[in-house]
Design a protein around this ligand. Structure first.
Ligand SMILES: CC(C)(COP(=O)(O)OP(=O)(O)OC[C@H]1O[C@@H](n2cnc3c(N)ncnc32)[C@H](O)[C@@H]1OP(=O)(O)O)[C@@H](O)C(=O)NCCC(=O)NCCS
Length: 179
């Protein structure tokens, strides 16, 4: 019998649970859609590239950091509708943790990313000793920037990483005035 998976987070409409290699097919299908991957510097991913990312999430993110991207399940339908969670970053010489969200297009425009991101933010500040949480967003990705601001982040500046320039949004841990 398959082992029951404990969820990481529950919101009104979503369950976030750890990803496993059993999610590879559905994640690879999601990552193959150009619209879903439009604002990612590496664009659509192949099955093999998705497999490498999934291995990195499980081995490095969960294994070393204790957090990562999680399978995002729509409670009403039981469908796997995306992956949202926390990503460790080294940005301009500083260790950061990003609130990340990606959903299947059918589920856009219902406030689901904001619902997930809000819960992830709360989880991040509760569980991790971070001074702030960030989002690194392609400047033209208006929907993503909107989600970041709706969970209380503000635009800080443009940052350069190995993929090019992106907009940095951040929110300080409650009680911290300067991050
Ligand atoms: C970004 C993403 C997760 C948003 O998901 P979602 O569930 O539709 O988001 P929400 O419904 O919670 O909120 C989106 C907000 O952006 C707004 N929005 C959507 N498209 C927009 C656009 N082109 N310009 C301006 N605002 C836009 C919506 O109106 C909504 O704001 P509102 O509630 O004030 O009306 C989804 O578009 C997605 O998965 N995109 C592909 C992956 C991706 O780019 N992830 C982010 C990487 S940084």
């Amino acid at each position: 019998m398959a082992k029951a998976q404990t969820s990481i987070l529950e919101t009104k409409r979503l369950t976030l649970r750890p990803l496993t290699m059993d999610d590879l097919d559905v994640l690879a299908t999601l990552y193959s859609y150009p619209e879903v991957r439009k604002y990612f510097p590496d664009r659509t991913l192949t099955y093999e590239e998705t497999k490498k990312e999934l291995e990195w999430i499980i081995d490095v993110c969960y294994g070393r950091h204790g957090f990562g991207l999680w399978a995002t399940i729509h409670k009403e339908t039981g469908a796997f509708i995306g992956r949202c969670g926390l990503i460790p970053w080294a940005l301009e010489g500083r260790s950061e943790v990003e609130v990340a969200y990606l959903l299947a297009k059918t589920y856009w425009g219902q406030g689901l990313a904001t619902e997930a991101a809000q819960a992830i933010l709360g989880y991040g500040f509760e569980r991790l000793p971070v001074e702030r949480l960030i989002c690194v967003i392609e400047p033209e990705n208006r929907a993503s920037a909107k989600v970041a601001t709706k969970i209380g982040m503000t635009y800080r500046k443009e940052v350069e990483d190995e993929f090019g320039w992106a907009s940095l949004y951040a929110i300080a841990r409650p009680g911290i005035t300067q991050d």
